[in-house]
Design a protein around this ligand. Structure first.
Ligand code: PMP
Length: 408
């Protein structure tokens, strides 16, 4: 694949920076930035203000974005796409929306690798309703162990929620198989996929996968901040209790101030003025991913990972660095330099080599239950990266051997 850096204005004035943190957020493409700016400059009206042409055009842009999103994930209807502020909002909307379904003694199944956004909403829901959150066993490659999973499914199971790709160790679950196991056991169990780490990297066809709900953030697919989606099968989505009550979703409020009626989907779950400028940017982000092609993106990123892994072996880096997921086929690397705090390494890489990576728990607070450490360093590759940058990274990692000598 051609070098795609030209799409990312991030590099225009700082081509020396090596951005290896696409898992936290991908860099933004120029078309997204321009589209947001253009909307704010030339329109900037409220999409609820359909009394004049500008407001109506704003509303049409939302419907265009909804249609494109529907096609992007192969949903059945545009109404199955709810715009939120991001994955965190989407999962909170879902967990809150399912409150009435969860009764005392019910069970919600997750993995211990989940991001806090896919753990806390379920823990809070379970606590408030007297239900229980259970964790499923993982295989050596940190994916869900199907036999253990089958063993914990029961008549009490109401929801299963797991990440398509974990944001720390990069484990990639077989969504189709897991969903089939669940639905064969009981078709009424709700399956939710946290697709934050996969949406801009691998194709997700919700109809083919047969999942009930899916959440993601636009900022992880080269798009704007402050926008995300909750996908849901129409009938299930329609049963969710709204999280936000307010304008745009209310049709009628009776004079008794007791009775009211709400709009239908999707507006019902989108109370308040939407983040229209981000939605306009998101249109460009989907078009960009379609243009490059998810299959090409996946292939290129795996090529980068393989290149990195080969260099690690060639340079014998495993002597002083613990790598947790070299064998995993996703573009995320999780590691620790023996005897050194991860944050010292991230600062060192930033200060000395202009390499931007994350250190810590990366919002997966139960990672210690899986890999025997609470904290690690995460480097994540994207289509904005190339092999020359990986060479520089390898050089820098070699020098973490004499880390303390270099620093003082
Ligand atoms: N789930 C996963 C797997 C993630 O990687 C992230 C972002 N790091 C989130 C949820 C939360 O996304 P956001 O902060 O955009 O709501």
């Amino acid at each position: 694949m051609k070098d795609l850096k030209k799409y990312f204005p991030f590099y225009d004035k700082q081509s020396n920076l090596i951005y290896f943190d696409s898992s936290a957020t991908s860099l933004k493409i120029k078309k997204v930035i321009d589209a947001e700016m253009q909307f704010l400059t030339e329109n900037g009206t409220n999409p609820h203000a359909v009394d004049y042409k500008k407001g109506y055009q704003a509303l049409e842009l939302i419907e265009q974005a909804r249609q494109l999103t529907k096609e992007f994930i192969n949903a059945k209807k545009p109404e199955e796409i709810i715009f939120t502020s991001g994955t965190t909002h989407s999962i909170n909307l879902l967990a809150n929306g399912l409150k009435k379904l969860i009764k005392k003694g019910d069970e919600i199944i997750v993995t211990e690798l989940e991001h806090s956004a896919n753990l806390l909403p379920w823990i809070v829901l379970a606590k408030s309703n007297g239900a229980k959150v259970k964790k499923v066993e993982l295989n050596d490659d940190f994916t869900i162990d199907i036999d253990s999973f089958k063993a914990i499914l029961s008549s009490k199971t109401k929801i299963v929620s797991f990440a398509s790709i974990s944001n720390t160790i990069g484990a990639k679950n077989d969504i189709k198989l897991i969903t089939k196991v669940i639905k064969d056991f009981n078709k009424d169990i709700i399956v939710h996929v946290d697709a934050a780490q996969s949406i801009g990297h691998i194709r997700t066809d919700v109809t083919d996968l047969n999942i009930d709900f899916m959440s993601w953030s636009a900022h992880k697919m080269y798009g704007p901040f402050g926008l995300g989606c909750l996908y849901g099968k129409y009938d299930l989505l329609n049963q969710l209790e709204p999280l936000f009550y307010g304008g745009g979703m209310s049709l009628k409020i009776e004079s008794d101030l007791i009775n009211y009626s709400l709009a239908t989907l999707p507006e019902k779950l989108e109370g308040g003025t939407p983040n229209i400028s981000a939605i306009v940017g998101f249109i460009e982000s989907i078009k960009f991913v379609n243009l490059i092609g998810l299959e090409n993106i996946e292939k290129y990123e795996l090529e980068l990972k393989k290149y990195f892994v080969d260099k690690v072996k060639e340079n014998n880096l495993e002597k002083h660095i613990i790598f947790y997921n070299l064998d995993i086929k996703t573009p995320i690397i999780l590691f620790n330099v023996k005897g050194v705090n991860p944050q010292d390494i991230t600062n060192f890489l930033d200060d000395k080599y202009n390499i931007l990576v994350r250190g810590g728990a990366n919002c997966a607070r139960r990672i210690e239950g899986v890999i025997n450490t609470k904290i690690a360093i995460r480097a994540s590759f994207g289509i904005n990266n190339n092999k020359a940058e990986i060479d520089k990274f390898i050089e820098a990692l070699k020098n973490t051997n004499s880390f303390l000598d270099v620093l003082f």
